[in-house]
Design a binder for this molecule. Sequence first.
Ligand code: DOR
Length: 426
Amino acid sequence: MSTVAIKGGRVLDASGARAADVLVDDGRIVAVGADLAGDRVLDAGGCVVAPGLVDLHAHLRQPGNEEAETVETGSRGAALGGFTAVVAMPNTTPAVDGAAAVREVQDLGRTALCEVFPAAAITVGRAGERLTPMAELAELGVRIFTDDGSGVQDGRLMRRAMEYAVGLPWPVVLAEHCEDAALAAGGHLHEGVWSAKLGIAGQPAEAEELMVMRDLALARLTGSRVHLQHLSTAGSVAMVRAARASGVAVTCEATPHHLALTHAECASFDPVFKVNPPLRTDDDVAAVRAGLADGTIDAIATDHAPHTAQDKEQPFDEAPPGMLGLETALAVACSESGLPLERVLALLSWQPARIAGIEDSHGGPVQAGRPANLCVIDPAATWTVDPARSASRSRNSPWAGRTLTGRVRHTLLAGEPVVVDGEAQR
Ligand code: DOR
């Protein structure tokens, strides 16, 4: 087994920053210090060497939608984006709601360019009627349950899922796509000035906020942990802030697009800007940024949602919602959040690793003995996003043509350099 030396960088993890080389051998970090030599050298001059990024929320589309993405292509994009771990959403076809489907995604993940952790549905077929065999799936390693793509509409069923989760011997978390289906029905963008101007039906902020309110109340009632996905409104952020202050065990995430883009993008009628929850107002973007800055929001999660050109190139009100995110998340967070790199990395690495329960292998300190899941970031590199060069099978990036600052130079997965000088190695 040959050694890899990452040389000339500044190591940055939850404990702070220091100039150091990092030596990797047989999947682990074996030394962090000055003047380390290895069989292979990766240049980290001008770069930050950090724990690999962790995405709590990606749609890898396998099984069933392989023309849009596969575990392999999605994981390649993830590695290019600095991610060493990705939680795969279960709204596949069929849904990941049983042991066979969980095992299938786990098996596909074994040859991927990042570690893939399947999330499983809360309800069978994501139909919102019966709970999945959560204990059996948790025993297989599932730690996150979600019906993402839609929320669990029946409050009684969600209460039961939470009560069941509390009783399990594994630390599982229920994650909610907060959307009241009846209130959101028929809405293709945020209900506000742009939906009115464009003459396309919108969905109100309250469609998200009512379910945030309900799930915070249910978490308080049951004592369950709850994780609220892709929060997008000022009201949602305020409710989480208040609930956490009063002791509710809530964590939450926001996406790169909700911290940077507003519903004004929809004026182009370009369905690339159609997403669920929808892009919101300037005030909502400001609230999301404030929530990231003050710690109310625990993680930046991509909601990477590939769609084929055939599906996406339809009129705005017919196209499916969703946008690519894995390859651009770090750069968008660096360019648009207004946060220093150490906060961006907390939100993209060690905090989501804890939420996913994978902190033993991802997001941990860069120190001898730890698994070598690492990314090397050039914080000063500027680049222009070209979806044609994306590793994804899909091209629906809202960042096309935009110039961003901050780029991944290398990514190491269990010691293997899977991205070197910005190029995927397999
Ligand atoms: O925009 C979205 N796309 N939001 C979701 O919740 C689901 C996702 C998808 O699967 O395409």
